[in-house]
Design a protein around this ligand. Structure first.
Ligand code: F6P
Length: 327
């Protein structure tokens, strides 16, 4: 039988992502609508262990929908990986009579939630908040759309310089284990080559593409490299293949954390609002140990186990298309 839920807590964990605040707002307002008491946990699992738990009300989430980062702060907690750390966290939640939690984050956040819910009777529903878009069971994660728009804008600017100076630019975007950001940024910015962890690109292939460009007197090029590329980051690749066009004409730019901040896009605000609303309703329907996602514009409910362990595939068709369109 579903647990009677009166008090819920919400927290953000792992890398911040634009739209997390919109999700917090949706959780608080939906829970208020259902007459629940809502608590904020600051700094993710670290704050849970430290007892940084306090009431949050509907007025506290006014004027945050447009803000990047997370008003709840975030962290990556080593202590929560240990049984001792989780026991302290449970005691702290119990001291506030928390009946259920909404966890906003990515793979690491849900891994913690999954272990915790197997040990303690406090239901958790997860909301996918990560710019990487690498969680199985949801078409999009909160923050991805904003981050690719930011990255594309950055590449557009670099392209002006590449064009003006006839240069080859290697531009590295985030994505530790996945190429979703690189693929979307590469297509959206018309890059020559996109290097992603999901598809092996050899140095020889990059050199062949660059040589073809040189032969047809192509004056400038932009190559997008995912942070998690198996042949190294943008600096390493530039070092290995830059000589084809001349090292003096080769430059590297790492977009880095620039693409994680900023005001969320319309798509991220919409997604975050729907997932925050859906997460509270899911808890009230007795769901637990799941991530709420979006598939074909409908809410989906994915066991944490699948969201964490199943691999979300990069669309190989789209990757093939990128190669054709860049010729
Ligand atoms: O998971 C989000 C992400 O931005 C990754 O793309 C990146 O590899 C990582 O976080 C960077 O983490 P940190 O901010 O701890 O350096």
């Amino acid at each position: 039988m579903a647990k009677d839920i009166k008090r819920i807590a919400v927290f953000t964990s792992g890398g911040d992502a634009p739209g997390m605040n919109a999700a917090v707002r949706a959780v608080v307002r939906t829970a208020t609508y259902h007459n629940l008491h809502i608590y904020r946990i600051n700094r993710g699992y670290t704050g849970m262990i430290d007892g940084e738990i306090e009431r949050i009300e509907t007025k506290d989430v006014g004027n945050i929908i447009h803000r990047g980062g997370t008003i709840l702060k975030t962290s990556r907690s080593e202590a929560f990986r240990t049984p001792e750390g989780r026991k302290i966290a449970f005691d702290k939640l119990s001291a506030f009579n928390i009946d259920a939690c909404v966890a906003i984050g990515g793979n690491g956040t849900f891994t913690g939630a999954k272990v915790f819910t197997s040990e303690y009777d406090i239901p958790f529903v997860g909301i996918p908040g990560t710019i990487d878009n690498d969680l199985y069971g949801t078409d999009f994660t909160i923050g991805f759309d904003t981050s690719i728009n930011t990255a594309i804008e950055a590449v557009d600017r670099i392209r002006d310089t590449a064009d003006s100076h006839n240069r080859l630019f290697f531009i590295e975007v985030m994505g530790r284990h996945a190429g979703f950001i690189a693929l979307a940024t590469g297509i959206g910015s018309g890059a020559e080559t996109i290097i992603v962890p999901e598809s092996a690109t050899s140095e020889e292939e990059i050199i062949a593409t660059l040589k073809k460009g040189v032969d047809r007197k192509k004056l400038f090029s932009v190559i997008i490299v995912a942070e998690g590329s198996t042949i190294g980051g943008a600096h390493a690749i530039a070092e290995k293949v830059g000589a084809v066009v001349g090292k003096d004409k080769t430059r590297v730019a790492v977009i880095g954390h620039l693409q994680r901040g900023g005001s969320p896009s319309a798509a991220d605000r919409m997604l975050a609002s729907r997932l925050g609303y859906g997460a509270v309703n899911a808890l009230l329907e007795g769901k637990s140990n799941i991530m709420i996602g979006i598939q074909n514009d409908n809410l989906s409910y994915i066991p944490f186990d699948d969201a964490i362990n199943k691999k979300k595939d990069l669309n190989q068709d789209v990757l093939g298309m990128a190669a054709i369109l860049s010729k």
